[in-house]
Design a protein around this ligand. Structure first.
Ligand SMILES: *[C@@H]1O[C@H](CO)[C@@H](O)[C@H](O)[C@H]1NC(C)=O
Ligand SMILES: *[C@@H]1O[C@H](CO)[C@@H](O)[C@H](O)[C@H]1NC(C)=O
Length: 347
């Protein structure tokens, strides 16, 4: 029951800027977040259905979340006190087996019918697709899906679904503090895989304001990230180091050609104030104009908030207060209010 015994004061201190002015807060609801989180720690109950047979997730971050959930103090053996119900199924479950699984829940347990699955959630690293089958469609449309950021657009339903933050490459780097902002030497940093070619990458390479870095020595990389103002991430490319960049004080710039709503902790963090979303249209020149257009005062706020927010995106083998595991659980807690219909009796 470790999570329920955290003293209140350290918890308060862990919430960055919880007591500071709301405008500088990385959170969407700085005034209610703390109390709400505390309520979650004491009250939240999740019932886990038994899977047909034990299984593991191959995806590392899904596996970590699943195992942490099974061991967590939020789990209850009593479905009648549960706020939410977790439906575990392995990645290789066919649509037909998934349909049978949902039908069995519907027929054999009293909980599905009360909300038609709205107080149920499931874990699917890539998300599930729309289906012609009524059971799978109900799961898709009503239940909360947890998948791994980023998710292909059709597989994610905003306001309902949740993504897991990427697994961070190195926890020791995360604990490093950002350097003094005045030491920046690059406008934008781009961690290049050394393979993917595009006009955009070519333009970045030619422009001395951008550093296109190929993974060599991780210490060099840490220094380069620290001395860059912005870190460029291609949505759908390697985003795992986003959290590392934020922790090191590099403001994330997500390059994507459409609006996205599947950022991790989307309903907790004020992403619009601690990151930039830009399209690749216009190339490096337009990107440079945009980045140069961010005023110093605004930039230092973004940087501070990005660094504070990164603490909530860090995964631990053993979950710690306010880390990625707890914040994903918190997003589930925010989704617990569903209307339950009493079982209709024959008259
Ligand atoms: C839930 O509703 C369906 C009809 O949609 C019914 O067939 C099923 O028996 C109900 N489940 C329970 C447990 O009553
Ligand atoms: C940042 O560094 C500059 C010189 O490099 C120094 O003058 C300034 O006091 C430092 N600021 C902080 C907050 O450490």
């Amino acid at each position: 029951m470790a999570a329920t015994t955290i003293p209140v004061l350290p918890l308060l201190l862990l919430f960055a800027a919880a007591s500071a002015s709301a405008s500088a807060s990385p959170y969407l609801s700085p005034t209610t977040l703390f109390q709400n989180y505390k309520n979650m720690l004491t009250n939240f109950k999740i019932f886990v259905y038994n899977p047909a047979k034990p299984f593991t997730f191959q995806n590392p971050v899904a596996s970590l979340f699943y195992n942490s959930l099974l061991k967590s103090p939020f789990r209850t053996q009593d479905p009648n006190e549960a706020h939410l119900f977790f439906v575990p199924f392995s990645l290789d479950t066919s649509t037909r087996s998934l349909a049978r699984l949902v039908r069995d829940l519907r027929v054999n347990h009293p909980y599905w019918n009360r909300t038609l699955g709205a107080d149920h959630f499931f874990l699917s690293p890539a998300g599930i697709d729309y289906s012609a089958d009524r059971n799978v469609l109900e799961l898709k449309k009503n239940s909360v899906q947890i998948s791994v950021f980023p998710v292909i657009s059709g597989n994610f339903i905003p306001h309902k679904d949740i993504t897991l933050p990427p697994l961070n490459p190195s926890a020791s780097v995360i604990s490093a503090a950002p350097d003094n902002a005045s030491t920046t030497s690059f406008l934008g940093y781009f961690k290049w895989d050394g393979k993917t070619e595009s006009n955009f990458v070519e333009e970045l390479k030619k422009d001395g304001d951008f550093l296109v870095d190929i993974e060599r020595d991780s210490l060099d990389q840490v220094r380069n990230v620290k001395t860059s103002k912005f870190c460029l991430l291609f949505y759908g490319g390697d985003v795992a180091w986003m959290v590392e960049a934020m922790a090191l004080g590099c403001v994330p710039v997500v390059i994507v050609d459409r609006p996205i709503q599947d950022l991790p902790l989307m309903d907790v963090l004020r992403w619009s104030d601690l990151s930039l979303l830009v399209t690749a249209h216009g190339g490096a020149k337009r990107l440079k104009e945009l980045l140069n257009g961010v005023r110093d005062e605004k930039y230092s706020g973004m940087r501070r908030m990005a660094s504070a927010a990164s603490k909530h995106l860090v995964w631990n083998e053993e979950p710690r207060p306010l880390d990625a595991f707890h914040m994903v659980i918190y997003q589930l807690w925010l989704r617990r209010h569903t209307i339950r219909y009493a079982r209709r009796e024959l008259v």
